[in-house]
Structures are given as structure tokens and as C-alpha cells.
Design a binder for this molecule. Structure first.
Ligand code: PMP
Ligand code: GLN
Length: 382
């Protein structure tokens, strides 16, 4: 028997990351789809977590996050962006950035509120907006550079606009926002009640000498923002599912009201370990160079295939267009490459609500060189 039940997300299926990872496993394909490293995280960090458990740090941590970790995050924010963040009132440790995004949107949104979202959009944004009864107002980034059309943003702002979501370095495209973009944003929101949600999980994974334009560099913007981060990406431990949110005290107070009844507090031993490991600044400062080498390695290999690179300047990902080679839909091509050629990627059309298909696939280069080599060699027979 089933009781009458109406889905809150009738049009939502299973996330593409799970779909493609399952398909890759089923067909034994090299998985350059879902974004996770195939090399192990730091042994030192593992040891710190083990030690924390052995030393008895195994009970609930503070609801806002372990105090030492919040202090370390505040220090890192000053090192990186020259901003003083209050560890007591402006930082909350969360079980990953997805949770931080969910909580921030839920803190703010009421029925009928509009949220400006740029597409291609990371998969959790639109469902979370809709779950809160709010309305995503979709704006396409300008293909092929995936830049923000600021005139269109201006035209779409109205009295119902409650939030604007940004994401730099951007998933799935690897585009990064410039200082000029941040000035455009500042000018547009000045004298409005618009709140910003900035997804900065790839803050350290930035290449080619670009500087990450964190909201934390812009006090005016920060005073109306939730900024979301992920330790999974910074320390190659996506399975740890730990991150944090930074927001001014008046917004963070409300965020915590929801957080306290949702997960309440996060994994204690890992917070102890991260608090210690964050002291080692080189680790996060050298990360961009490390991933840039991998991006370059993939790019070089891809030159021998029919794919054309759409340059990524940050994140774990680079997009490749195949429109000159085939007019097959990106979803079908992604499935065919996985099943018949043994390499899994992610079709970009799934990040557009109306499925715009520019014939582009995303590949994750956060992999060992041998993995990238093996994966791309599968494309040589295309
Ligand atoms: N935002 C973006 C843009 C991402 O790529 C990801 C995936 N790491 C997340 C948020 C979620 O991060 P987490 O795994 O910490 O929930
Ligand atoms: N952020 C990762 C990606 O873009 C996936 C995370 C997830 O599977 N939800 O591939």
C-alpha cells in the first residue's frame, strides 16, 4: 500500500555524478566524471585524525565547529584575503559545502523569492531553491568563455530578487571571476536587499596566475553574503564531507538556528586534525600549481583527440567541445564513451534546466598521470 504522496521535487532524478560513476563502475571505464582525486590525501593529515581519535576526541564538538578549527579558518582568511573574520560569530563548520549551501538558502528564502542563478549551475543549487518555495531566475553564462552577462543580470533584478548565487572557480567550466566582475556585482547590489551566496569550494585550485576573487576581499559584499568552502577539495578528502560557511554575525545567527536542528555538530576528530593541519600554509598555497600541472597534462593528451579545449583556469575540471567532430547529444556521447570506449565524463547540458547542449563534456583532471594517460588513450580510436 502507498499513502497519497506528492513529491516536493517531481522533476528531479538522480544526480549525474552518481549516474556516471555507477555507469563507469558497471562498464569498468576510467572515471573522469565525478570530481574526486584518485590519489590519496596527505598521510600527515590521516595521522592527525588517527591521533585525535586515540587521544579521546570522540564526543560532540561545539555546535558552531571546534573552536581551534574556527580560529585556524579565521587566520587562513586573513592570510589569503586580508580580512578579519570573527571565529566566534562568523564561521560555522558544516558537513561539507553542499550542506552549507542548503542551510544558507534555507535560512534566507521564503515562498516566491527570486534567486539569480548562472547556468551551467552546480547540481544542488536549483533543487534547493525550489525546495524552499523560491524561484530560480536562470541566466546563461556566455559560451564559450562562460562569462557573466552583467547587462542581463541588471535587467532581471527586481523587487522580488532575494539572492544572487556565484561560484568561482566555477564547476563545471573552470571559469573564474575577475576583479571587474566583482565590481559589477558590487554596483548591482548596492542599495538593494539582495543577499549573495558565494560557492568558493575551489578557492585554492586556481591557475595561470589568476587571483581568486573571494567575497572575503570585499567587505561591502561580505556584509551581505554567505560564503561556502569545502575541506574535501582543499585536502583531497572529498569523503570526509567537511566544510564551513562564513557570513556576517546577523546572518550567521540565523544560519545556526537551522544548523543546530539539522546536524548540530560535525565530526570531532577530523576537526581536531584540520585545526592542526591548517597551520601548514604551504599546503594550501601550493595546491594551485599542483593541480595546474595535472590540467596541463590532460590538455596535452587531449590534443591528439577530436576534442577542443575550453580553457579552465581553476577547479578540478576542464571542458572539451566536440561539435566539430560529432553532433551527437552530449548525454548520449557521455554514455557511449563510458560503455564503448571506457572513459567517463560529464555532459554539460545537465547543468542547464532546459538542457542547452553546446556539445561539451567535462573531464576531471584531479587524477594520477597514469589514470589520465589511460583514460585519454581510449579516445585515440574515435
Ligand atoms: N560546490 C561545488 C561547486 C562543488 O563542485 C562541490 C563538490 N565538491 C560542492 C559545492 C560540494 O562540496 P562538498 O563535497 O564539501 O559538499
Ligand atoms: N562536486 C563533484 C563534481 O562536481 C561531485 C560531488 C557529488 O558527487 N555530489 O563532480
Amino acid at each position: 500500500m502507498q499513502v497519497p504522496f506528492t513529491s516536493k521535487l517531481p522533476l528531479v532524478g538522480t544526480t549525474i555524478f552518481t549516474v556516471m560513476s555507477q555507469l563507469a563502475t558497471e562498464y569498468g571505464a576510467v572515471n573522469l566524471g565525478q570530481g574526486f582525486p584518485d590519489f590519496n590525501m596527505s598521510e600527515d593529515l590521516i595521522e592527525l585524525a588517527n591521533k585525535a581519535m586515540q587521544e579521546g576526541n570522540n564526543q560532540y564538538a561545539h555546535m558552531h565547529g571546534l573552536s581551534a578549527l574556527r580560529t585556524a579558518i579565521a587566520e587562513k582568511s586573513t592570510v589569503m584575503y586580508g580580512t578579519e573574520i570573527c571565529a566566534e560569530n562568523e564561521i560555522t563548520v558544516t558537513p561539507g559545502a553542499t550542506y552549507a549551501i542548503y542551510t544558507a538558502l534555507t535560512t534566507v528564502l521564503k515562498k516566491g523569492d527570486e534567486v539569480i542563478v548562472f547556468e551551467p549551475a552546480y547540481d544542488c543549487y536549483i533543487p534547493t531553491i525550489e525546495l524552499n518555495g523560491a524561484v530560480p531566475v536562470l541566466i546563461s553564462l556566455q559560451y564559450p568563455h562562460y562569462s557573466i552577462p552583467w547587462e542581463e543580470v541588471k535587467a532581471k533584478i527586481n523587487s522580488r530578487t532575494r539572492m544572487i548565487m556565484i561560484n568561482s572557480p566555477h564547476n563545471p567550466t573552470g571559469a573564474v571571476l575577475s576583479e571587474a566582475d566583482m565590481q559589477e556585482l558590487s554596483a548591482l547590489v548596492a542599495n538593494t536587499n539582495i543577499i549573495i551566496l558565494s560557492d568558493e569550494v575551489y578557492e585554492h585550485l586556481i591557475f595561470d596566475g589568476y587571483q581568486h576573487q573571494s567575497i572575503l576581499r570585499y567587505p561591502e559584499l561580505l556584509s551581505r553574503s554567505f560564503v561556502c568552502f569545502s575541506f574535501g577539495k582543499t585536502y583531497h578528502c572529498t569523503g570526509w564531507k567537511l566544510g564551513y560557511c562564513i557570513a556576517p554575525a546577523y546572518l550567521m545567527k540565523e544560519f545556526r538556528k537551522i544548523h543546530q536542528y539539522n546536524c548540530f555538530s560535525c565530526d570531532t576528530p577530523k576537526q581536531v586534525a584540520l585545526a592542526a593541519y591548517l597551520q601548514n600554509k604551504e599546503v594550501y598555497l601550493l595546491l594551485g600549481g599542483f593541480l595546474q600541472q595535472k590540467r596541463d597534462y590532460l590538455r596535452e593528451l587531449m590534443k591528439k583527440t577530436p576534442f577542443t579545449c575550453i580553457p579552465s583556469h581553476g577547479s578540478y575540471f576542464e571542458c572539451y567541445s566536440y561539435g566539430d567532430y560529432s553532433q551527437e547529444s552530449d548525454k548520449l556521447l557521455a554514455i557511449k564513451l563510458t560503455k564503448e570506449y571506457g572513459i567517463a565524463g560529464i555532459p554539460i547540458s545537465v547543468f542547464y534546466k532546459n538542457g542547452i547542449d553546446h556539445k561539451v563534456l567535462r573531464f576531471c583532471f584531479a587524477k594520477k598521470e597514469e589514470t589520465l594517460q589511460k583514460a585519454v588513450s581510449k579516445l585515440y580510436s574515435l
